[in-house]
Design a protein around this ligand. Structure first.
Ligand code: AMP
Length: 191
């Protein structure tokens, strides 16, 4: 299956992604993790991305699309994959559709985690990642609201969106996700 997981910062995308990929035996493609690794390894993309991650702004689409294109070319992606935190802009979503359309391997499902703002703030306060600083958090919420949230309409219009309530314990959220994946009618050429 080819799945996208979207949701605001603190919605539990990372936690749920780990469970989903174990359950479905597909690779986990987190652009955030890939960017943090690129920064750590001091690659060209890493050095270009640093200022965006530390300010909470989105990395420009061409850099992200390059990272994702390279990742999708690896053989393990043949069985499907879970995108975590990608796409994050309409431009990324349109490019992804075109890319996957050309390969005749369209997305099967887009899961959107929906969580109250109060819960998001509580979770971010507990997490303590380098970019969980109050001013950076504000910027990441703004980026989500202005650039990523509109993707739910984009995918709803294409019949791919399933919204899952992300409140409660990780087990409870995961059960809802498993249910949503089971209930979703797979596409004709789904693998
Ligand atoms: P995440 O780990 O998904 O919360 O991402 C951490 C940071 O990496 C974000 O605040 C952005 O600066 C950057 N980032 C991750 N994924 C993307 C993406 N698909 N498009 C643009 N920026 C991204």
């Amino acid at each position: 299956m080819r799945i996208v997981l979207i949701g605001p910062p603190g919605a539990g995308k990372g936690t749920q992604s780990e469970r989903i990929v174990r359950h479905l035996r597909i690779p986990h493609i987190s652009t955030g993790d890939m960017l943090r690794a690129a920064i750590q390894d001091k690659t060209r993309i890493g050095s270009l991305a640093t200022e965006y991650l530390s300010s909470g702004r989105l990395v420009p689409d061409p850099l992200i699309l390059q990272l994702v294109g390279e990742r999708l070319a690896k053989p393990d992606c043949a069985v499907g994959y879970l995108f975590d935190g990608f796409p994050r802009t309409q431009g990324q979503a349109v490019s992804l559709d075109k890319f996957l359309g050309d390969l005749k391997t369209p997305l099967d499902l887009v899961l959107e985690l929906q969580v109250s703002e109060e819960t998001l703030l509580e979770r971010l306060a507990q997490r303590g990642r380098a970019d969980d600083h109050p001013q950076v958090i504000r910027e990441r919420f703004r980026a989500y609201r202005d650039q990523t949230k509109p993707l739910s309409d984009y995918y709803r219009d294409r019949g791919l969106l399933v919204t899952v309530y992300g409140g409660g314990t990780p087990d409870e959220v995961f059960q809802r996700i498993v249910q949503a994946v089971q209930n979703h009618e797979p596409g004709e050429d789904a693998t």
